[in-house]
Design a protein around this ligand. Structure first.
Ligand code: MV4
Length: 665
């Protein structure tokens, strides 16, 4: 077995590979871009080498540099993960040429799946079912038109060089054919540099069912059940599960054996996936073969109890497959949800930012989290926006769905927008629970996937008040003398003049709350209503009772922004601090910004003499102006910002020299 491997990847899959390699006693060399200097995969590896700047083209796609690092570090093999160089024939060949084992298939097998029409010809020869249609070389419009009529309508034009859903066009009738063909060819030429088309009968309600295959270097091949990946959004997988619900043992066997024939037809070695379209009448058709370990491989691991990365390492080292086909067993049901940094409310626009608060569900036999990030990490524009994969397992699908829904409720992120709420709505929806799986699921159920908030506004505001006051009190009691009678608030202060005001902004709306408090109990006035609240805060966990309704939420307060997490949903509001209504006196030698905001007026310059009470700087935050005044007479020695600058809480704004004593006249 190898004693040292290089992982030519980043993020969760790099971490995933390192985990198995370490368990097997194999040392790991990581590579990283400047953006990933402090990334989890770098920290986990035994050593790591810088590749270059953040863009993939200058780092993770640098074939020669990665080979050099592997040779320099003494690694005997390279695991490419998925994406990046994993299906790059040049990279596989470069490994071979440098006597490094490529932990993946031979370059020839990768190349064989590069063209859709060539792949279909190979599969036809191997007896793998194909969607009826045409995939020959003759691209004359007359021939294509004749083949279209033979195929029948609706049909699908697919670019020979396309993949992953790019370059497809549905044609409903022969009248549309010529125009659709011309347009599809133009698109394919532009997108792939190859205008060639193939024709397929169009399946209107297909499912995406894929078979995990594995082949060793000795001609052995097995299939490890299937995955259903039908729930997709714009050809991006969202939820995957294994086994495929409703698949009969006969179909599973037929599909598995077809997949093995597919792999053997191209002399495959290692982990591969054969994708099928699975139709409502249980027929299935070859779609494409992915010549790598796939993102969703964990669901197969969960139901087979096998570690596919371990299999990859053994096969790459020349060992035979760990199991024969009749030793492969599955148990229970597994699901994977892909947690992305994206904003479902803005058409799933990728989101960036810092993972300020990140809590994951506890891992056990039922719950697994594959991730490459930790709290505090940055999600940048440079790479895939996937934050993590949440994988669950249980004895049957119904229980697995419950596990998934529950685990999503315990996956909490603040600082970066995510699709967690969307995933929660999807997993918890009736049609998903009822196995209504097909590739149009998300498009067909928009109403269910963007539900209104479960908490009503008043309850959310009352919880927010409880969280803020409890957190404030825990900070006060930490710092103050906890035995002092003055620190205790043990009587209702019934005069509403003594009620604490609390201003919370939700979206563009500002809500003025008033709160009376005694011990753990509060009376919260919101609008014309009053709520009795009992609240206990344990770290980030708030247990509240509002008018007798017990609720459990988690919260994160940062920069006057509070995020509450409740049953997969989040509630965000901004807190106006009392300091915003007061003035800060600059008594010290330097002056710092009291909050995040903008410098709207800078009334002084270096050398200016200032008098106590004089306004030096005006800041604006959350539509309120805040004057910063001199707390003593002095001279401005330095100014660190200009008008219009954005500053963060704690940033030094300016420096004042305050004479110890006025010089004698
Ligand atoms: C199809 C199809 C219906 N009929 N082919 C999309 C990705 C590409 N690899 C093949 N795809 C499809 N091919 C025929 N003859 C429907 C799709 C399809 C799809 C397939 C799997 C998962 C999601 C999908 C979403 C839209 C369309």
């Amino acid at each position: 077995m190898f004693s040292k491997i290089l992982i030519a990847n980043r993020g969760e899959i790099a971490c995933r590979i390192i985990q198995t390699a370490h368990r097997m006693g194999i040392r790991c060399v990581a590579v990283y871009s400047d953006a990933d200097r402090n990334a989890r995969h770098v920290a986990m590896a035994d050593e790591a080498f810088r590749l270059g700047p953040a863009p993939s083209s200058e780092s993770y796609l640098k074939t020669d540099l990665i080979i050099d690092v592997a040779l320099k570090s003494g690694a005997q093999a390279i695991h490419p993960g998925y994406g990046f160089l994993s299906e790059n024939t040049g990279f596989a060949e470069a490994c071979e040429a440098n006597n490094l084992a490529f932990i993946g298939p031979p370059a020839s097998a990768i190349a064989a799946m590069g063209s859709k029409s060539a792949a279909k010809a190979i599969m036809e020869e191997a007896g793998v079912p194909l969607v009826p249609g045409y995939h020959e070389a003759d691209q004359s419009p007359d021939r294509l038109r004749a083949e279209a009529e033979k195929c029948g309508f609706p049909l699908l034009l697919k670019a020979v060089a396309g993949g992953g859903g790019k370059g497809m066009r549905v044609v409903e009738s022969i009248d549309e054919f010529d125009e659709a063909l011309a347009a599809a060819k133009r698109e394919a030429k532009n997108a792939f540099g190859n205008p060639d088309m193939l024709i397929e009968r169009y399946l209107t309600q297909p499912r995406h069912v894929e078979i995990q295959v594995f082949c060793d270097q000795h001609g052995n091949a097995v299939y490890l059940a299937e995955r259903d990946c039908s729930v997709q959004r714009r050809h991006q997988k969202v939820l995957e599960e294994a086994p495929a619900p409703g698949l009969s043992p006969e179909t599973r066997k037929a599909m598995g054996e077809a997949a093995v024939r597919a792999a053997q037809a191209i002399a495959y070695v290692g982990a591969g996936t054969v994708e099928f379209l699975y139709d409502v009448d249980e027929s299935f058709f070859f779609m494409e073969m992915n010549t790598r370990l796939q993102v969703e491989h964990p669901v197969t691991e969960m139901i087979t109890g096998q570690d596919l990365v371990e299999w990859q390492l053994r096969v790459a080292d020349g060992e035979p497959l760990p199991l024969a086909q009749d030793q492969v067993r599955t148990r229970g049901h597994a699901m994977e949800a892909r947690i992305y940094a994206e904003d479902p409310d803005q058409d799933f626009l990728p989101a960036t930012g810092t993972l300020r608060y990140l809590r994951t569900p506890d891992e056990n036999t039922h719950v697994r989290v594959d991730t490459g990030v930790v709290e505090g990490d940055e999600i940048s524009i440079h790479y895939d926006p996937m934050i993590a994969k949440l994988i669950v397992w249980d004895e049957n699908r119904e229980q697995a769905v419950n596990r998934l829904v529950h685990a999503l409720e315990n996956y909490r992120i603040a600082g970066v927008k995510t699709n967690i709420r969307f995933l929660h709505a999807l997993a918890d929806s009736q049609p998903f629970r009822e196995e209504e799986l097909n590739t149009k699921f998300i498009a067909d159920h928009q109403n269910l996937l963007f539900p209104p908030p479960k908490l009503d506004l008043h309850k959310a505001l009352v919880l927010a008040a409880g969280f803020i006051l409890r957190q404030r009190r825990s900070i006060q009691t930490e710092s103050a003398d906890r035995w002092s009678p003055f620190g205790r608030q043990n009587s209702w202060r019934m005069n509403s003049e003594f009620a604490q005001p609390l201003q919370l902004q939700v979206g563009d709306e500002r809500h003025d709350l008033k709160v009376l408090e005694r011990d753990d109990d509060y009376q919260v006035y919101v609008g014309d209503s009053v709520y009795s609240l009992n609240a206990r805060l344990d770290d980030d966990h708030l247990q509240a009772r509002i008018n007798g309704h017990r609720l459990s939420v988690h919260g994160y307060l940062h920069d006057d922004q509070l995020v509450l997490f409740h049953e997969g949903d989040t509630f965000t509001c901004r807190l106006f601090r009392e300091t915003f209504e007061t003035e800060d006196l600059a008594a010290e030698g330097s002056l710092t910004a009291p909050m995040n905001g903008t410098v709207v007026a800078l009334n002084v310059k270096p050398g200016d003499r200032v008098k106590t009470g004089q306004t030096l700087v005006v800041m604006e935050a959350m539509k309120m102006e805040h004057a910063i005044k001199a707390g003593a007479d002095g001279v401005i020695s330095e100014v660190f910002f200009r008008e219009g600058d954005l500053v963060s809480e704690g940033n030094e704004l300016l420096a004042i020299e305050i004479p110890k004593e006025e010089p004698a006249p």
